[in-house]
Design a protein around this ligand. Structure first.
Ligand code: G6P
Length: 622
């Protein structure tokens, strides 16, 4: 959903490289947010230097000459197109008529057509099809009407409706970068002699680990000496020049030190972040299991009193929610349902004070999940965020927050954060079973000790699966479509497996409850049609009849299943045999061959798995 960066230096050369190079490097760390086009603006001795182009950073580096542009103040952008196709002219930054104001933006300005019409009426000429360009012209217009640049910026922001993380350079107030946020994420990084404004922390981890998360309806600026944040109090959307009411924010207590290291945001010898992050899963689970028990102490007390628990998420986080929902029912005997965030609207009427809503989100910024949480909170439900990002919107707005400790995830397709989410929700279900005495003591302690073993089992699953998956990648290149079938926890595991293959290898993959596959999907199956079965242990005989049905129609069958099931191996053309472990703990392990299968299929087909087409890591539009 676009990545933005702004950098202000105390003096030129402070980062030991041209500012353009630093902007390029920060943008590379944000490219997972969009890669339709890239651009930057730098205040230099010659005025405002602006370069932008359609394409990914690596493809346009020499065209844009990042390394030849230097200064003390600059902004940059990597785009995921919403309004206007990917093109040079629609690439950010966007400028006003005078060419003195440059704007980069993440989000959607909902009233841009209305504002644009007014501005065109006042003589402004627009070059792009984007919603963003109105911001530059709006600031220009207010300046013409007599406001100083920063006042004009605040006034312009007060007129905007929609979502935005904005970063603005104005030649008439050089060495400051103005910023504003509503809904789209924005963080300030404070380093030695350097300040950043960015969509996400990994952008500037090389230089700063002290961050302030900008909150909704905050505006401000960073300069070489200060960070100024103000809360925008009135947003009356009037086209006049009365300055909007603001309140100065004391942000000193909001500075957080992040324990992520710059290495975490680098590939570290792996060809892609996705592969690195698949391999980091045991560590992500280890770190999460260290911190989560304490965080869950208070939470489980409250959840145990709930009439009902709704676990809400999008994409991969929805699949983790499904697993959490099943386990809360199964282990803890709690009425729990998983709901897709964007579908929550149709459940919301029944939400009340008796409910607990757990919002699951890697980024903590997915707008559908945020809206679901807000509405549930408004209706009196207790809200809990489960997120990987400190001080993210979900973390700030929920009553309670549980953090997964997966470290920064850069690959667009979620992998290690899924493992961390699943393990957290599993631990929560086990704790609740313990508290509510809904499971025999022996079972609870057995699950807890297996949980401690999980990182080792995951490491083994990665090595077992990787060579087998590599050998399969020749086969995957001919797949056009595949089914993933499972029962119980095998279903969300299959759904996540299918999602991975779709996301990065662009192969149509559909997950289905195995028992339901005879009610429709089987109609497509003929000679060689690939069908993957997720077999977790307890459901072997039930699922076997579905395997037989598929084989009878000529399906090519693959199984992810526990070791020791030799009696069923003849039913499959390809088998991943994994460690046998309690059914409740299988998803975080049994997903691994599917993640690797998606990764190697993407590579075999010549795609970049870190940057799948049309996708963005953090989706801040509904
Ligand atoms: C996007 C990403 C997915 C992610 C989903 C939910 O679609 O590409 O990888 O699962 O958003 O993101 P969240 O940050 O809420 O977990």
């Amino acid at each position: 959903m676009c990545g933005i960066i702004g950098i202000v230096l105390r003096e030129r050369g402070l980062l030991l490289k041209p500012l353009g190079t630093a902007i390029k490097e920060c943008l590379k760390n944000l490219e997972y947010r969009g890669y339709d086009s890239v651009g930057f603006a730098i205040l230099s001795n010659d005025g405002l230097v602006i370069r932008k182009s359609k394409g990914k950073i690596d493809d346009v580096t020499s065209k844009l000459s990042f390394d030849e542009s230097d200064g003390v103040c600059g902004i940059g952008h990597t785009r995921w197109a919403t309004h206007g196709k990917p093109s040079d002219v629609n690439a950010h930054p966007h400028i006003d008529c005078s060419g003195r104001i440059a704007v980069v933006h993440n989000g959607v300005i909902e009233n841009y057509l209305e504002v644009r019409e007014v501005l065109v009426g006042r003589g402004h000429e627009f070059k792009s099809e984007t919603d963003t360009e109105v911001v530059a012209h709006l600031i220009e217009e207010y300046k013409k009407l007599g406001l100083k640049p920063y006042e004009a910026f605040k006034k312009a922001v007060s007129l905007l409706r929609g979502s935005y993380a904005l970063s603005v350079l104005d030649l008439d107030e050089p060495s400051k970068i103005f910023f504003a946020r509503n809904t789209s994420p924005l963080v300030i990084g404070i380093g030695e002699g350097v300040k950043f404004i960015s969509s996400d922390i990994p952008a500037f981890l090389d230089y700063s680990r002290d961050v302030i998360v900008v909150q909704d309806y905050e505006v401000g600026y960073i300069s070489r000496d200060v960070v100024v944040i103000e809360k925008l109090m009135d947003r009356n959307y009037e086209f006049d020049t009365n300055p909007p009411g603001t309140e100065l924010v004391d942000h000193s207590s909001r500075v957080r030190h992040i324990d992520w290291t710059p290495e975490m945001a680098r590939k570290g010898g792996y060809p892609h972040f996705m592969l690195k992050e698949i391999h980091e899963q045991p560590q992500a689970v280890t770190n999460t299991l260290i911190s989560v028990p304490e965080e869950l102490e208070e939470t489980t007390k409250l959840v145990s009193k709930a009439d009902r628990v709704l676990v809400v998420g999008s994409g991969t986080s929805y699949h983790a929610s499904l697993i959490g929902g099943l386990l809360l029912n199964d282990i803890a005997g709690i009425k729990a349902h998983a709901v897709i965030s964007s579908e929550m609207k149709w459940f919301i009427n029944s939400v009340d004070e008796g409910d607990v809503v757990i919002a699951v989100s890697q980024s903590g910024e997915t707008i559908d999940t945020l809206l679901a949480l807000r509405e549930a909170k408004r209706r009196g439900a207790l809200t809990i965020a489960l997120t990987n990002i400190i001080d993210s919107a979900l973390a700030r707005e929920s009553h309670l927050t549980i953090y997964t400790r997966a470290g920064p995830e850069i690959g667009v397709a979620a992998t290690k954060t899924f493992a961390a989410q699943v393990v957290t929700l599993t631990y929560m279900a086990i704790k609740l079973a313990e508290r509510l005495r809904t499971a025999p003591e022996g079972r609870v302690s057995d699950l807890k000790s297996w949980l401690r073993e999980l990182p080792n089992i995951m490491s083994a699953a990665i090595s077992i699966s990787e060579s087998k998956v590599r050998a399969l990648s020749g086969v995957t290149t001919i797949w056009r479509s595949i089914y993933y079938l499972g029962r119980g926890l095998g279903l969300p595991t299959s759904m996540e497996g299918a999602l991975k293959l779709k996301e990065v290898a662009y192969i149509h993959a559909e997950a289905y409850p195995a028992g339901e596959s005879k009610h429709g999907p089987i109609a497509l199956v003929d000679d060689g049609f690939p069908v993957a079965f997720t077999i977790l242990g307890g459901e072997v005989d039930l699922i076997l009849s579905n395997v037989e049905e598929m084989r009878a129609r000529g399906a090519w069958t693959l199984a992810v299943m526990p070791k020791g099931l030799e009696r069923i191996s003849r039913y499959f053309n390809y088998i991943f045999e994994l460690h046998h472990l309690p059914y409740e703990l299988t998803p975080a392990v049994y997903i691994i061959p599917y993640q690797l299968m998606a990764y190697y299929a993407a590579v075999a087909r010549g795609y970049d798995p870190d940057k799948p087409r049309n996708l963005a890591k953090t989706v801040t539009v509904v």
